[in-house]
Design a protein around this ligand. Structure first.
Ligand SMILES: Cc1cc2nc3c(=O)[nH]c(=O)nc-3n(C[C@H](O)[C@H](O)[C@H](O)COP(=O)(O)O)c2cc1C
Length: 249
């Protein structure tokens, strides 16, 4: 019971104590970068295009939305993937507050516009893309191929607690958090904010997939170490917080 109660604390806000906490932003420390830039193979993505949309009525999208696990009955188009990446993390506007302080405004909200998430995708079956693991470069709207990461279906299935439909999907979105992006401004209040941010992102994916006639399902039942290992994350400065397979239905 103690462990349950302890974890409940994450649900609560404590901005009063934050008043006495000098954040790294207040100390004048440099803002962490908006997203990683490393990689040597970058793939241009098509712009999110309206003509892909099969259902353009938000009421219908939400009325018909479901978590869908019966996926992968055909090819997913690169244009559809690009559309979903843009709707979940796409950068609408980038502006400089000062030399060291840039803000990205995106298709999703984020506490303090800190946007602590990175999007990785595991590609199984997307027309025009090699199978493999990629990271979305949101500022440039490109994919970075993670050459050093090997795609192993069995390992992925183990990492998601044996939920087999995930590794079989056309593509799996995996969101990692870089906590310091939010902690730089909100210190100890950050964990809750980061998880709230992740919820918004995945809801956008539900709506985007539904509008394209595709299916998705939010996934939180996974094994932390195993999934972090698949993406080569250290689990301390960056860790997986949520994922969602997407497929043709
Ligand atoms: C935070 C979160 C975590 C979830 N984790 C899983 C999961 O690990 N496996 C799964 O099959 N469904 C998962 N789901 C999907 C829920 O089971 C689903 O939303 C719920 O059964 C209601 O169905 P609906 O989304 O079709 O309304 C998750 C949903 C959310 C929002």
């Amino acid at each position: 019971m103690d462990s349950i109660r302890k974890k409940r604390n994450l649900l609560k806000a404590d901005f009063i104590s934050l008043k006495d906490f000098v954040t790294d932003q207040a100390k004048g420390l440099k803002m962490p970068q908006i997203e990683p830039k490393d990689g040597d193979t970058f793939i241009d993505l098509p712009k999110a295009a309206k003509n892909l949309v099969k259902k353009d009525d938000i009421l219908q999208c939400l009325q018909e939305r479901r978590s869908r696990r019966d996926l992968d009955k055909g090819d997913l188009k690169l244009e559809e993937l690009a559309y979903m990446l843009y709707l979940t993390q796409g950068v609408q506007r980038l502006f400089k507050r000062s030399e060291d302080y840039q803000v990205a405004l995106r298709t999703v909200p984020s506490a303090g516009a800190r946007h602590p998430l990175n999007t990785y995708i595991i590609v199984n079956n997307v027309a025009g893309l090699e199978r493999g693991i990629y990271r979305y470069q949101s500022i440039d709207h490109k994919l970075a191929l993670m050459k050093d990461l090997k795609l192993d279906t069995q390992k992925l299935t183990t990492a998601v607690n044996g939920q087999e439909f995930i590794a079989e999907a056309n593509v799996v979105f995996i969101w990692s958090a870089v906590p310091y992006r939010t902690e730089w401004r909100y210190g100890s209040e950050s964990a809750k904010l980061i998880l709230l941010d992740a919820g918004h992102v995945c809801q956008n994916l539900y709506i985007a997939a539904e509008s394209l006639g595709l299916g998705t399902c939010g996934i939180a039942a996974y094994r932390q170490k195993e999934i972090d290992n698949i993406l080569g994350l250290d689990g301390e400065n960056e860790m997986v917080v949520y994922l969602a397979p997407v497929g043709v239905i």
